[in-house]
Design a protein. Sequence first.
Length: 337
Amino acid sequence: MINVLVTGGAGFIGSNFVRYALQAHPDWHITNLDKLTYAGRMETLNDVIGHARHTFVHGDIADATVAAPLVKASDLVVHFAAETHVDRSILEAGEFIKTDVIGTFVLLEAARHASHLRAFVQISTDEVYGSVPAGSSVETDELKPRNPYSASKAGADRLAYSYWATYQVPVMITRASNNYGPFQFPEKVIPLFISNAIDNIPVPLYGEGLNVRDWLHVMDHCRGVDAVIERGTPGEVYNVGGSNEVRNVDLTHTLLRLAQRPESLIQRVQDRPGHDMRYSLDTTKLRKLGWAPRVPFDEGLRDTVSWYHENEWWWRPIKENDPSFRAYYQAQYGSRT
Ligand code: NAD
Ligand code: TYD
């Protein structure tokens, strides 16, 4: 058995990766370390929780007493755990520094002393490049993060690289574009807008809605991470992009059409401060490892809208009963809407 530590496996991408990997790799045993913050939910793991090759550990990556022995026992570490929402980082950045920077440091320190670690995959983001007015980012471009989330991720990204350069920890770094798909927490734009549309309440579009994001289906991201694990080179960075650059206003129109709701639900609200205008990735390097995105955007988006329609059991309790979500929604949108 290959012992794989997945961090943040109760979150959106981590849980999809756990599900994907249990199928794709019958010789992997996955230990899933997650703190179960507001964004990590046991319900998300309902279908894998009793699986013989999956062990869930409730704990904080920044707590070395829990995290270090797990890293040291691993052949592979796939590190997804993070605070991930830009708007929350603008409201309060402390947890982003603790988890994204210090938590990553704790894992890397343990990885230095791991005897049979074959790969440490640092899940980074295209947001570390900052706003890209023209062209597409290549892996060697300068990092120019502009909000506390992307700055924390850039810190973790370079810290991980430093553990390769200094200590030869077999770090590989992926920088993915905006993901979408099942089990995404309903604070991010796609699930927020779909679930608001289902409930016939306004969808709050920031500013003019001209900002561009490159949408990547979460399963294509999982396959990209797998390609890096299988065929990547330690010390290297790989962009993982969907090649679907869409303006927010166009995305919003498409989502409302798919949800069969009127455009009058669009509510233009005060823009996010420091809102990056555009992200764009050049994915040539990962494509050379034999990876390419497979899910066409129109199909993936249609299936995602259907998923949120069919899985209200998952998101409705978060939006309606979770006091922390309601407090966040009020703080973020109360004065905007
Ligand atoms: P998410 O917010 O849905 O999930 C994060 C998970 O990490 C949750 O389960 C949470 O409980 C867990 N977590 C948070 N702090 C922790 C801690 N201190 N210890 C242990 N677990 C902790 O995030 P996501 O969208 O699935 O993103 C996963 C990773 O992918 C992140 O590193 C993120 O930066 C990166 N990423 C995300 C996107 C995207 O579009 N969502 C794009 C590129 C990269
Ligand atoms: P988001 O899903 O928060 O991802 P990120 O900020 O990491 O790219 O936002 C995606 C885009 O949607 C971004 O340009 C901000 C915009 N947006 C809105 O217009 N309204 C919203 O309520 C949210 C959450 C995002």
